[in-house]
Design a protein around this ligand. Sequence first.
Ligand code: NAP
Length: 477
Amino acid sequence: MSIHIASEWIQRDETIEVLNKFDGSVIDEVTRATREDVDRAIEAANDAKDTMASMPAHERASILRETSRLIDERKDEFAEVMAAEAGKPIETARGEVGRAVSTFQLSAGEAERLSGEEIPIDAQPGNGNRLAFTKRFPVGVVGAISPFNFPLNLVAHKLGPAFAGGNTVVHKPATTTPLTAVKLAETLFEAGLPRDALNLVIGSGSTVGEALLDSDDIDHYSFTGSRAIGKRIKERSGLAGVSLELGNNSPAIVHEDAPDIADAASRIIDGAFSYGGQMCISTQRILVHESRHDELLDELVSQASELVVGDPLNEDTDVGPLISEDDAERIIEWVESAKEDGATVEFGGTRDGAVVQPTIVDGATQEMDVVCQEAFAPVIAVQTYEDLSTAIELADDTPYGLQAGIFTASHDVGLTAAMNIECGGVMINDIPTFRADQQPYGGAKESGIGREGPKYAIEELTEERVICFRPTSDLSI
Ligand code: NAP
């Protein structure tokens, strides 16, 4: 597999092996980009700015619609690549492909709708009969840096709005999951994207990522990944714009009036264990009213015991491997440490290589790693509370603030949670893991800066310019 710079696919001997995350076999090799490659990619993206900025909205939209159609046509190929390189269960991978199909469609719609507004300039005395309006212009070159866990749809959330807004892109995917990015770039070119508008550089964060941050010629960094790297990007981005989509340790509150505990448990199991908990909004912290604790725990254990754990390419698998054995080792250490501090492991708590059993830790407390850190693994930590205000305080007692969920029969209880948990989104009668691709999506506190979702991302990736006419007559006839 090749990298793509200045309209050319480049293949060299210096490569990165891409592994099947379940059995460790080598699936493919990709050319490793050098620092010089990154500089050339940025230069090419700058050279292509005018081509994209002058492309009419209908052309940008039709490229994005065609991309959507082609992804749909190749849905099985995309899903299989993701299942192998990301260890994503095949059914979950198919779900991600379906979402990317709609993310590109939504982006096409935003290309067509992108507009400014009239400014009522005569509302201020002294402005005479001037007329003013705004028009949105592309920021220019977007440096897109993406994580391993959604190698297609999270990239679609960067590339779709960037091209919808008339920008060019240099994309660096995660080193562990670059194959989906190559396939997506091929698809975009086939759909008609000018070849110099997308440059794809593959290599580690410490070389390729840092080379992107060293540049003064990137106009906006669009990053999704960990809090630590997000902070580094913010520090190093100078006067360029930044959008940061970072982590979370998402809470789900199950209140005393939750209407259906079996349903709440089923949503929690889905939100916690889908893709082995490797989602930024995985359901991690369960805050359950003490009166419903036993009932919920029984349901969680019973439903967790039905999950099929193993090879992500097997149609029946619910939980596959983590992205690396190191991550599996880390999370088991956190679970062991919680046990030493008084928690009990009600289910799971073991691993086989990179595959971690779905794990339910009960009696967790705020200072345990499984609670206060982002687990990014198939682990839930259960805590009880007596009154709603304590539940909300516990949910909010974190530097993160991406999304939260609450199960309750009362509108007022749901709204109280929504008004008092500082985060990007609150799901009432659902898990924090729910996300619709058209919603504004992003974090409060240390979970990020800015919002994705094509309608919102395109605003971050374009700039308003005000255009003001001073008539030379009074315009009367
Ligand atoms: P990560 O380690 O932060 O990596 C993300 C990307 O940054 C990768 O492409 C990585 O490259 C690159 N990178 C690493 N060091 C860099 C540096 N010094 N300069 C520039 N780029 C650098 O995150 P991850 O492990 O792939 O993904 C998991 C994290 O992403 C979790 O914290 C999760 O919550 C977060 N996430 C957030 C959202 C959201 O929308 N809020 C969605 C998904 C995931 P390498 O692969 O080469 O290291």
